[in-house]
Write a protein that binds this ligand. Structure first.
Ligand code: ADP
Ligand code: MG
Length: 386
């Protein structure tokens, strides 16, 4: 059951389920079955733009996949194709081994058991909060729908607001109502497009945790879209990193953080210092130290990346010689800009607030080897070729 959050109330009422297969796809029964959601070689073209380029992804039943990537990389398009409000140009979407979009079959949105929460969701101002939540439950009797909607509203902690109208709600509460609306039909697959982007930092954190708890409780197979790497790592059982319509890398948060596939992935998950170097005798020498260069052959141009949190500053002058140019207070940590002898550009170090040295002082700069990543330089920039 797709919840049409952007649709007007005049959207045609989905017809009552007839076949056995339809019944499973129609919400209520689907709660018992966490669905498997698969994309097989899905591409989507808009004129000259290839919004999705041969995407293959599998989301395991009941798991949360975070789709992470910069604006315009195809995240929304992928969700819309899964929900059925958009068709793939080629490839297949599969839910529980049944093709829902592809060369052989197209299952309309309301028969997929998929809930989609749009990025710019809107509540209907002229409907009560309860009726807003009941909106996607038109295949039920009114009494049934209201009971289900109340269950969902209570689940997000807003049962007491049922008979009020949306204008009284804060931003966070509106978000909760939208969440109640999308879970009310008990979709087997739940898709959320940048659900927290409109909230301020503190509220966002609380909503993330609450939403995650609800996703786990409903056992829906979920895709949560974000362009925030930390959010993706916190929420996703798996994280799929996208770029230019492709999935660059997929894995658990620690896998992507520790072993990013290319420098683009590395930059996504960590704030880095980058230094050019050349591999000599199995390692790459930089003013901050010499680091093992894995299987890279002698003479290869590389970019040595050091996570900002992996730079150690000491007053005893151990390591490379540095001078503190600037310090910035970030709360628990301080960001320290240090000019290092032998390096053209200053480096940034994230250190505990108590360990921030004074501006203008000389420090020793060393590097925690676990915080170093080395990538082959391509096009002289370390950027993977497009
Ligand atoms: P994201 O959600 O990651 O920001 P989108 O999926 O919205 O990215 O868009 C991916 C690409 O497809 C962008 O270049 C966008 O301009 C293009 N695109 C998306 N929808 C349409 C459309 N309906 N018509 C034309 N181009 C589109
Ligand atoms: Mg988008």
């Amino acid at each position: 059951m797709l919840a049409f959050f952007k649709a007007r109330p005049s959207v045609p009422t989905p017809t009552a389920p007839k076949s056995g297969r339809d019944r499973i796809a129609h919400g209520r029964a689907s709660v018992a079955f966490a669905a498997r959601l698969g994309f097989e070689n899905v591409s989507r073209r808009y004129g000259d733009t290839l919004a999705l380029d041969n995407v293959s992804l599998d989301v395991s039943p009941g798991k949360v996949l975070c789709l992470l990537g910069p604006s315009g990389c195809g995240k929304t398009t992928l969700l819309r194709i899964a929900a059925g409000v958009e068709r793939p140009s080629s490839g297949r979407v599969v839910i529980d081994d049944a093709e829902v979009a592809g060369p052989n079959r197209f299952v309309p949105p309301e028969k997929r058991g998929v809930g989609l929460m749009f990025q710019d969701f809107a509540l209907f101002p002229h409907l009560t909060i309860l009726d807003n939540v009941a909106f996607g439950l038109r295949f039920m009797t009114k009494t049934e729908a209201r009971a289900e909607a109340m269950t969902a509203l209570e689940r997000v902690g807003l049962g007491h607001y049922g008979s009020e109208y949306p204008h009284i709600l804060s931003g966070g509460e509106q978000q909760r109502v939208a969440l109640a609306r999308v879970i009310a039909p008990r979709p087997g697959v739940l898709l959320m497009d940048e659900p927290f982007s409109g909230l301020d930092t503190r509220l966002r954190e609380a909503m993330r945790e609450d939403t995650l708890a609800i996703l786990h409780e409903t056992r829906a197979t979920s895709i949560v879209v974000t362009h925030d790497a930390e959010e993706a790592m916190r929420m996703g059982d798996q994280v799929a990193l996208m770029r230019k319509g492709r999935v660059v890398q997929m894995g658990t948060a620690p896998e992507l953080y520790r072993e990013p596939k290319d420098i683009f992935a590395a930059r996504t998950f960590s704030d880095l210092n980058e230094m050019k170097a050349r591999v000599e005798g199995g390692s790459a020498a930089t003013p901050l130290g010499t680091f093992p260069a894995g299987g890279l052959t002698v003479g290869t141009d590389v970019i040595v990346c050091v996570r900002q949190g992996g730079v150690c500053l000491n007053k005893q002058g151990k390591g490379a010689l540095g001078r503190v140019l600037d310090t910035r207070f970030l709360g628990d940590v301080g960001l320290v800009e240090v000019a290092v002898q032998g390096l053209d550009t200053p480096i940034l170090a994230r250190v505990r607030e108590n360990d921030v040295p004074d501006e203008g002082t000389e420090v020793g700069v060393s590097v925690d080897e676990g915080a170093v990543l080395i990538f082959q330089a391509e096009n002289g920039s370390g950027e993977p070729s497009p």
